[in-house]
Design a protein around this ligand. Structure first.
Ligand code: 5RP
Length: 218
C-alpha cells in the first residue's frame, strides 16, 4: 500500500466516529482531504462542518457540505485532522500545511480530537519533522533569534503566507523531549502566534493506517 492508501484507510476508520446531527471540525492536508471526500457521502446526516483552513472550506463546499463559523456553533463534538508527527502520548507536530493556528483553535473547541495519519508519522521523539511556527511578520527576526537560543535552526517558509496573513518559520534540529514545556516556552515569545506542538491539547484518538488494517491508539 502507498502512503496515500494508508492515509485513506485512516480516514475511513475515522468516518465511523461521525454521528447524526454533529457539526464536525475538519482539519487540513492530504489525509484530511480523504476524510472530507468520504464525509461527502454522509452530508445529509451531519448538521455541518467547521473548517481549519480556506483550502478545506473550499473542498467541503465543492462537495456541497455546509461550512459554518466557529463563533456560531458552540463547542464541537468531533474534530478530525492529520499530523506531521505523533508520539505515543498523542502529542503532535502539526502545521506542515501552514494551517496550525486555526487547527489549534478548532481542536481546542472540540470534545474529541481524532488524529488520522499513515503509520510513518508515529515517532518516539518528535522533532525530525521541522517544527512549524506561525509568526507576526514584523517579529520574524526576533522570534528566529529566540529559537536559536533554544538550539533550533529556524528557516523561513519562502513564498508562503498563512490564512491569517502571517509567516511560518520551520525549526530544524530539535529533539522535543518535553512537548508541553516547549509548547509553553515558544508560545511565550512575543510575536509567536502559534507553535505547531499540540501537547497541551493532544489528540484523544490516533488512527494509523498500516498494512493489515488501521490501528487505533487512545
Ligand atoms: C496542516 C497539517 C497537516 O495535518 C499535516 O501537515 C499532515 O498533512 P498530510 O495529511 O498531508 O500528511 O498540520 O497544517
Amino acid at each position: 500500500m502507498t502512503a496515500d492508501d494508508l492515509k485513506r484507510q485512516a480516514a475511513e476508520a475515522a468516518i465511523e466516529y461521525v454521528e447524526s446531527g454533529m457539526i464536525v471540525g475538519i482539519g487540513t492536508g492530504s489525509t484530511a482531504n480523504h476524510f472530507i471526500d468520504l464525509l461527502a457521502k454522509l452530508k445529509g446526516k451531519i448538521d455541518g462542518t467547521v473548517a481549519s483552513s480556506e483550502a478545506s472550506a473550499a473542498r467541503l463546499r465543492g462537495h456541497g457540505i455546509e461550512v459554518m463559523e466557529l463563533n456560531n456553533t458552540g463547542p464541537l463534538s468531533l474534530y478530525v485532522d492529520g499530523a506531521d508527527e505523533s508520539n505515543r502520548e498523542l502529542h503532535l507536530i502539526k502545521g506542515g500545511g501552514g494551517a496550525l493556528t486555526r487547527e489549534k483553535i478548532v481542536a481546542g473547541a472540540s470534545e474529541k480530537f481524532i488524529c488520522i495519519a499513515d503509520d510513518s508519522k508515529l515517532v518516539d521523539v518528535m522533532g525530525s519533522f521541522p517544527l512549524p511556527i506561525e509568526v507576526i511578520p514584523m517579529a520574524r527576526s526576533h522570534v528566529a533569534r529566540e529559537l536559536v537560543k533554544l538550539d533550533g535552526q529556524p528557516v523561513l517558509r519562502e513564498g508562503f503566507t498563512t490564512d491569517n496573513g502571517n509567516l511560518i518559520l520551520d525549526i530544524h534540529g530539535l529533539q522535543i523531549m518535553q512537548p508541553v514545556h516547549l509548547e509553553q516556552t515558544i508560545n511565550a515569545i512575543a510575536g509567536v502566534v502559534t507553535v505547531g506542538i499540540f501537547a497541551q491539547r493532544p489528540a484523544d484518538v490516533l488512527i494509523l493506517g498500516q498494512e493489515g488494517g488501521a490501528r487505533i491508539i487512545t
